[in-house]
Design a protein around this ligand. Structure first.
Ligand SMILES: [Ca+2]
Ligand SMILES: [Ca+2]
Length: 258
Protein backbone atom coordinates (compact mmCIF):
# COMPACT_ATOMS: atom_id res chain seq x y z
CA UNK A 1 0.00 0.00 0.00
CA UNK A 2 2.82 2.36 0.92
CA UNK A 3 4.48 1.62 -2.41
CA UNK A 4 1.25 2.45 -4.27
CA UNK A 5 1.00 5.81 -2.53
CA UNK A 6 4.59 6.56 -3.45
CA UNK A 7 4.01 5.61 -7.08
CA UNK A 8 0.95 7.81 -7.33
CA UNK A 9 2.90 10.73 -5.89
CA UNK A 10 5.66 10.29 -8.44
CA UNK A 11 3.20 10.04 -11.32
CA UNK A 12 1.35 13.15 -10.12
CA UNK A 13 4.59 15.08 -10.22
CA UNK A 14 5.32 13.72 -13.68
CA UNK A 15 1.96 14.59 -15.16
CA UNK A 16 1.95 17.98 -13.47
CA UNK A 17 5.39 18.70 -14.87
CA UNK A 18 4.33 17.85 -18.42
CA UNK A 19 1.21 19.94 -18.16
CA UNK A 20 2.76 22.96 -16.49
CA UNK A 21 5.64 23.36 -18.86
CA UNK A 22 3.32 23.66 -21.83
CA UNK A 23 2.28 26.99 -20.35
CA UNK A 24 5.65 28.69 -20.53
CA UNK A 25 7.20 29.75 -23.77
CA UNK A 26 10.82 30.58 -24.54
CA UNK A 27 11.20 34.13 -25.87
CA UNK A 28 14.85 34.81 -26.74
CA UNK A 29 14.03 38.46 -27.58
CA UNK A 30 14.50 39.25 -23.91
CA UNK A 31 17.43 36.97 -23.05
CA UNK A 32 20.23 38.69 -21.16
CA UNK A 33 18.05 41.42 -19.73
CA UNK A 34 17.31 42.69 -16.26
CA UNK A 35 14.28 44.41 -14.85
CA UNK A 36 13.54 46.48 -11.74
CA UNK A 37 14.27 44.65 -8.51
CA UNK A 38 10.70 45.43 -7.46
CA UNK A 39 9.50 43.21 -10.37
CA UNK A 40 11.38 40.17 -9.00
CA UNK A 41 9.05 38.10 -6.85
CA UNK A 42 11.79 35.74 -5.70
CA UNK A 43 15.08 34.21 -6.75
CA UNK A 44 15.57 30.45 -6.35
CA UNK A 45 18.40 28.10 -7.20
CA UNK A 46 16.87 25.27 -9.26
CA UNK A 47 18.18 22.45 -11.42
CA UNK A 48 16.69 23.42 -14.77
CA UNK A 49 14.49 25.96 -16.58
CA UNK A 50 11.66 23.43 -16.30
CA UNK A 51 11.69 23.61 -12.50
CA UNK A 52 11.89 27.40 -12.70
CA UNK A 53 8.90 27.45 -15.08
CA UNK A 54 6.90 25.14 -12.84
CA UNK A 55 7.36 27.52 -9.89
CA UNK A 56 6.06 30.38 -12.03
CA UNK A 57 3.01 28.53 -13.29
CA UNK A 58 2.00 27.75 -9.71
CA UNK A 59 2.36 31.39 -8.66
CA UNK A 60 -0.59 33.59 -9.63
CA UNK A 61 1.50 36.77 -9.60
CA UNK A 62 4.33 35.38 -11.75
CA UNK A 63 4.21 36.24 -15.45
CA UNK A 64 7.67 35.31 -16.68
CA UNK A 65 11.03 33.94 -15.58
CA UNK A 66 14.70 34.50 -16.17
CA UNK A 67 16.90 31.40 -15.80
CA UNK A 68 20.68 31.52 -15.64
CA UNK A 69 22.00 28.33 -17.26
CA UNK A 70 25.36 28.64 -15.53
CA UNK A 71 24.50 29.54 -11.93
CA UNK A 72 20.97 28.04 -12.11
CA UNK A 73 19.45 31.09 -10.46
CA UNK A 74 15.76 31.33 -11.31
CA UNK A 75 14.03 34.70 -11.09
CA UNK A 76 10.23 34.75 -10.92
CA UNK A 77 9.03 38.05 -12.40
CA UNK A 78 5.72 39.82 -11.90
CA UNK A 79 5.91 41.50 -15.31
CA UNK A 80 6.41 40.63 -18.96
CA UNK A 81 9.70 42.04 -20.19
CA UNK A 82 7.86 43.59 -23.13
CA UNK A 83 6.02 45.82 -20.62
CA UNK A 84 8.94 47.15 -18.65
CA UNK A 85 11.69 48.61 -20.78
CA UNK A 86 14.29 45.92 -19.98
CA UNK A 87 17.92 46.73 -19.24
CA UNK A 88 20.85 44.71 -20.63
CA UNK A 89 22.15 42.01 -18.29
CA UNK A 90 24.26 39.08 -19.48
CA UNK A 91 23.51 35.47 -18.72
CA UNK A 92 19.83 34.72 -18.44
CA UNK A 93 17.26 32.95 -20.63
CA UNK A 94 13.76 34.41 -20.75
CA UNK A 95 10.44 32.51 -20.70
CA UNK A 96 6.91 33.81 -20.27
CA UNK A 97 3.48 32.44 -19.57
CA UNK A 98 1.47 31.76 -22.72
CA UNK A 99 -2.08 31.69 -21.50
CA UNK A 100 -2.91 31.60 -17.83
CA UNK A 101 -6.61 31.10 -18.56
CA UNK A 102 -6.26 27.53 -19.80
CA UNK A 103 -4.31 26.01 -16.92
CA UNK A 104 -5.86 22.65 -16.01
CA UNK A 105 -7.26 22.34 -12.53
CA UNK A 106 -5.56 20.10 -10.02
CA UNK A 107 -8.58 17.80 -10.21
CA UNK A 108 -8.15 17.39 -13.96
CA UNK A 109 -4.50 16.57 -13.61
CA UNK A 110 -5.00 14.13 -10.79
CA UNK A 111 -7.89 12.40 -12.57
CA UNK A 112 -5.42 11.55 -15.30
CA UNK A 113 -3.08 10.17 -12.68
CA UNK A 114 -5.52 7.82 -11.02
CA UNK A 115 -5.89 5.79 -14.20
CA UNK A 116 -2.15 5.06 -14.22
CA UNK A 117 -2.00 3.90 -10.61
CA UNK A 118 -2.51 0.25 -11.48
CA UNK A 119 0.54 0.01 -13.74
CA UNK A 120 3.52 0.04 -11.36
CA UNK A 121 6.87 -0.37 -13.05
CA UNK A 122 9.12 -3.32 -12.37
CA UNK A 123 12.10 -1.54 -13.91
CA UNK A 124 14.99 -1.57 -11.42
CA UNK A 125 16.80 1.76 -11.58
CA UNK A 126 19.62 0.67 -9.28
CA UNK A 127 21.19 -1.89 -11.64
CA UNK A 128 22.90 -1.98 -15.03
CA UNK A 129 20.64 -2.34 -18.07
CA UNK A 130 21.73 -3.87 -21.36
CA UNK A 131 20.62 -2.19 -24.59
CA UNK A 132 22.05 -2.01 -28.09
CA UNK A 133 24.97 -4.23 -27.11
CA UNK A 134 26.10 -1.91 -24.27
CA UNK A 135 25.34 -1.52 -20.56
CA UNK A 136 23.90 1.55 -18.83
CA UNK A 137 23.50 2.76 -15.23
CA UNK A 138 21.85 5.98 -14.03
CA UNK A 139 23.08 8.08 -11.10
CA UNK A 140 20.91 11.04 -10.11
CA UNK A 141 23.46 12.76 -7.87
CA UNK A 142 24.64 16.14 -9.14
CA UNK A 143 28.31 16.30 -10.10
CA UNK A 144 30.56 18.37 -12.34
CA UNK A 145 31.54 16.80 -15.64
CA UNK A 146 34.96 15.69 -14.41
CA UNK A 147 33.48 14.31 -11.19
CA UNK A 148 30.91 12.42 -13.27
CA UNK A 149 33.70 10.92 -15.37
CA UNK A 150 35.49 9.85 -12.18
CA UNK A 151 32.26 8.43 -10.78
CA UNK A 152 31.57 6.28 -13.88
CA UNK A 153 35.20 5.11 -13.94
CA UNK A 154 34.95 4.10 -10.27
CA UNK A 155 32.02 1.73 -10.84
CA UNK A 156 32.47 -2.01 -11.12
CA UNK A 157 32.95 -2.80 -13.93
CA UNK A 158 34.46 0.60 -14.84
CA UNK A 159 32.43 2.69 -17.28
CA UNK A 160 32.37 6.07 -18.97
CA UNK A 161 29.87 8.92 -19.28
CA UNK A 162 27.34 7.95 -21.98
CA UNK A 163 28.36 8.57 -25.59
CA UNK A 164 25.20 8.82 -27.67
CA UNK A 165 26.21 7.94 -31.19
CA UNK A 166 22.98 6.86 -32.86
CA UNK A 167 19.31 7.74 -32.95
CA UNK A 168 18.56 4.39 -31.31
CA UNK A 169 20.89 5.17 -28.41
CA UNK A 170 19.40 8.66 -28.10
CA UNK A 171 15.90 7.13 -27.95
CA UNK A 172 17.08 4.71 -25.26
CA UNK A 173 18.65 7.58 -23.28
CA UNK A 174 15.26 9.36 -23.18
CA UNK A 175 13.42 6.13 -22.36
CA UNK A 176 15.86 5.37 -19.54
CA UNK A 177 15.99 8.83 -17.95
CA UNK A 178 12.36 9.79 -18.49
CA UNK A 179 10.10 6.74 -18.80
CA UNK A 180 11.92 4.40 -16.42
CA UNK A 181 14.18 6.33 -14.04
CA UNK A 182 15.57 9.80 -13.45
CA UNK A 183 13.87 13.17 -13.43
CA UNK A 184 13.37 16.01 -15.89
CA UNK A 185 16.87 17.32 -16.17
CA UNK A 186 20.05 17.82 -18.11
CA UNK A 187 22.41 14.79 -18.07
CA UNK A 188 26.07 14.80 -19.00
CA UNK A 189 27.25 13.34 -22.30
CA UNK A 190 30.90 12.37 -22.76
CA UNK A 191 31.78 14.90 -25.47
CA UNK A 192 34.30 17.72 -25.32
CA UNK A 193 35.04 20.67 -27.61
CA UNK A 194 38.84 20.75 -27.50
CA UNK A 195 39.43 23.59 -29.97
CA UNK A 196 36.31 25.75 -29.41
CA UNK A 197 35.16 24.91 -32.92
CA UNK A 198 31.69 23.75 -31.88
CA UNK A 199 32.63 20.22 -32.98
CA UNK A 200 32.58 17.72 -30.15
CA UNK A 201 34.72 14.61 -29.77
CA UNK A 202 33.62 11.57 -27.77
CA UNK A 203 36.27 11.24 -25.07
CA UNK A 204 36.18 7.45 -24.70
CA UNK A 205 35.84 6.48 -28.36
CA UNK A 206 38.07 9.36 -29.53
CA UNK A 207 35.78 9.90 -32.52
CA UNK A 208 33.94 13.01 -33.66
CA UNK A 209 30.30 13.21 -32.60
CA UNK A 210 28.76 12.51 -36.02
CA UNK A 211 25.25 11.68 -34.87
CA UNK A 212 24.00 14.72 -32.90
CA UNK A 213 20.75 15.86 -31.36
CA UNK A 214 21.36 19.57 -30.69
CA UNK A 215 18.53 21.67 -29.35
CA UNK A 216 17.66 24.64 -31.58
CA UNK A 217 20.44 27.23 -31.54
CA UNK A 218 22.98 24.92 -29.85
CA UNK A 219 25.92 24.61 -29.59
CA UNK A 220 26.34 28.33 -29.03
CA UNK A 221 29.11 28.99 -26.46
CA UNK A 222 26.49 31.15 -24.78
CA UNK A 223 28.87 33.07 -22.49
CA UNK A 224 31.57 33.59 -25.14
CA UNK A 225 34.12 31.50 -27.02
CA UNK A 226 35.21 28.48 -25.00
CA UNK A 227 32.65 29.06 -22.26
CA UNK A 228 30.70 25.85 -22.99
CA UNK A 229 33.06 23.01 -23.79
CA UNK A 230 30.94 20.15 -22.42
CA UNK A 231 27.59 18.66 -23.52
CA UNK A 232 24.48 17.82 -21.57
CA UNK A 233 21.24 16.40 -22.94
CA UNK A 234 17.91 17.64 -21.62
CA UNK A 235 15.33 14.88 -21.50
CA UNK A 236 12.29 17.13 -21.44
CA UNK A 237 12.31 20.93 -21.36
CA UNK A 238 14.40 22.35 -24.25
CA UNK A 239 14.78 18.64 -25.13
CA UNK A 240 18.03 17.86 -26.89
CA UNK A 241 21.73 18.56 -26.51
CA UNK A 242 23.22 21.79 -25.21
CA UNK A 243 26.82 22.84 -24.90
CA UNK A 244 27.27 24.02 -21.31
CA UNK A 245 30.02 24.89 -18.85
CA UNK A 246 31.82 21.82 -17.51
CA UNK A 247 31.60 23.01 -13.90
CA UNK A 248 27.80 22.79 -13.82
CA UNK A 249 26.43 19.98 -11.66
CA UNK A 250 24.30 17.36 -13.44
CA UNK A 251 23.21 13.75 -13.01
CA UNK A 252 24.76 11.16 -15.31
CA UNK A 253 24.15 7.95 -17.22
CA UNK A 254 27.25 5.74 -17.23
CA UNK A 255 27.89 3.39 -20.16
CA UNK A 256 30.18 0.40 -20.63
CA UNK A 257 30.83 -1.84 -23.60
CA UNK A 258 30.63 -5.21 -21.85
CA1 LIG B 1 27.25 4.67 -26.73
CA1 LIG C 1 24.89 26.36 -25.02
Amino acid sequence: MKRNVYLVFVVILTVRGVTISNFMSRNPTYDNRATLSTDIISTLILGSPMYCASHCTRNDVCKSIMFNMDTHDCQLLSVYMSDTGPQPYIGRLYYEKINEGTMPTTAEVETTVVSTETTPTTFDCSIWHQRLGHWYMLDTNYRTFNDSRSFCASLSPPSYVIEVDSQAENDWFFEFTLSHCGIFNFYWLNGYDTDNSGSFTWIKNQTPAIYTNWYTGEPNDFFGTGSEKCIASSNFFMKGWHDIGCSSAKPVVCERDS
